[in-house]
Design a protein around this ligand. Structure first.
Ligand SMILES: Cc1cc2nc3c(=O)[nH]c(=O)nc-3n(C[C@H](O)[C@H](O)[C@H](O)COP(=O)(O)OP(=O)(O)OC[C@H]3O[C@@H](n4cnc5c(N)ncnc54)[C@H](O)[C@@H]3O)c2cc1C
Length: 325
């Protein structure tokens, strides 16, 4: 049954964010012929409408007012609510990002409906929207249907597939949204976290090290493994235990209180696989574990495992990967 879907779009460096493109792909599949709308806010929004149509949107609610940048919830929630009032969607999709985490529950409260956060699967079953998300620290999946409308869901980056191929040259309807409403908050400054290479959340391969590395020097081998795989493909992560000891920057922590990553391949080196760590990596398509304890919990989640001392396992593995090029 066709249903209308609204995606809350986000822009990154003046272009549609990768997650917005993925959500538009999901929206086309869920709409089953219904109308897909997107909200685009900020000075780069008008230019982002055409890529949004190519990514699957039929209609874009746009305001190019620079007052929407940087993100503040008051003006954004008012603008998205105005778009929802016009579009009357059955489902509102947001990214599990700073924006989505903030707006999802606010919209649900304002619209007297419910929000399912951090979803990894979005589906229509028996004509109804169903959202699935990890629970119990990533050890189980909970599936939600909605008794109220619109259903609101935030989805993890890379959990949805973009339209393939995109609708090159597609056009759609553009509806102007008003400029930002008054905000009760002011952003007084922004500080960029120092980071080189791929962002953890964007990397198709994440190589993470844990307390079993024995010290910060152990991370040099982890970095060498990531470099052998390719700096354009692999990023380095860490368990909280290793971050807490100051062996690796907290910005690279994976887990419940760190980053949630969904790479194609997650290589966990000297990490036990505590539930709080798995909450950040259980969405990986394949996990490879390297641990000297054959009983380590990580092996339960791993598709491939190597039981051994990482100091003996990694050097030949790095050599073998280098030899592939
Ligand atoms: C509220 C809360 C939030 C948390 N959030 C997070 C989070 O976001 N991320 C996170 O990671 N943790 C988090 N934790 C901590 C979590 O519970 C674990 O303590 C932590 O993940 C353990 O890190 P680890 O696996 O590196 O260390 P350990 O559990 O100590 O495991 C080290 C592993 O290394 C192996 N090993 C040792 N030497 C070698 C060797 N030479 N070669 C190969 N293997 C070796 C050992 O067999 C062991 O399995 C949180 C905890 C709480 C209470």
């Amino acid at each position: 049954m066709a249903q209308d879907i609204l995606v809350v779009g986000e822009l990154a460096d003046g272009a549609l964010s990768a997650t917005t493109v993925e959500l538009l792909g999901a929206a086309v599949r869920l709409a089953e012929g219904g109308r897909v709308s997107v909200t685009l806010l900020g000075s780069a929004a008008p230019a982002a409408a055409a890529p949004a149509f190519a990514a699957g949107a039929d209609r874009a609610f746009v305001s190019g007012d620079g007052g929407y940048e940087p993100f503040r919830s008051d003006p954004w929630v008012a603008a998205v609510q105005a778009a929802i009032t016009q579009a009357q969607p059955a489902v509102v999709l947001l990214a599990q990002s700073t924006v989505g985490r903030d707006l999802g529950p606010r919209l649900a409260f304002r619209l007297d409906t419910a929000a399912a956060m951090d979803c990894v699967q979005l589906a229509i079953e028996g004509g109804s929207f169903r959202a699935t998300r990890p629970c119990f620290g990533g050890n189980a999946l909970a599936s939600y249907s909605f008794a109220t409308s619109p259903a609101i869901a935030t989805a993890r980056a890379k959990s949805q597939d973009a339209l393939d191929p995109p609708r090159a040259g597609a056009t759609g309807e553009t509806v102007a949204l008003p400029g930002p409403a008054e905000a009760r908050t002011e952003v007084t400054g922004r500080e960029q976290a120092a980071a080189t290479g791929l962002r953890l959340q964007d990397a198709p391969v994440v190589v993470s090290g844990g307390r079993g590395l024995g010290g910060p020097e152990g991370f040099r081998l982890i970095e060498q493994l990531a470099a052998a795989i390719g700096t354009h493909r692999a990023a380095v992560g860490s368990s909280r235990a290793a971050c807490d000891m100051g062996w690796y920057p907290v910005s690279q922590q994976v887990g419940l209180t760190g980053k949630v990553v969904t790479p194609d391949l997650y290589i966990a080196v000297a990490i036990s696989g505590a539930s709080q760590h798995m909450a950040g990596c259980s969405g990986a398509k394949a996990i490879v574990a390297i641990n000297r304890d054959p009983e380590a919990n990580i092996f339960k989640a791993a598709r491939y495992g190597i039981v051994g001392d990482y100091k003996l396992v990694l050097p030949p593995l790095i050599e073998a990967i280098r030899a592939l090029d």
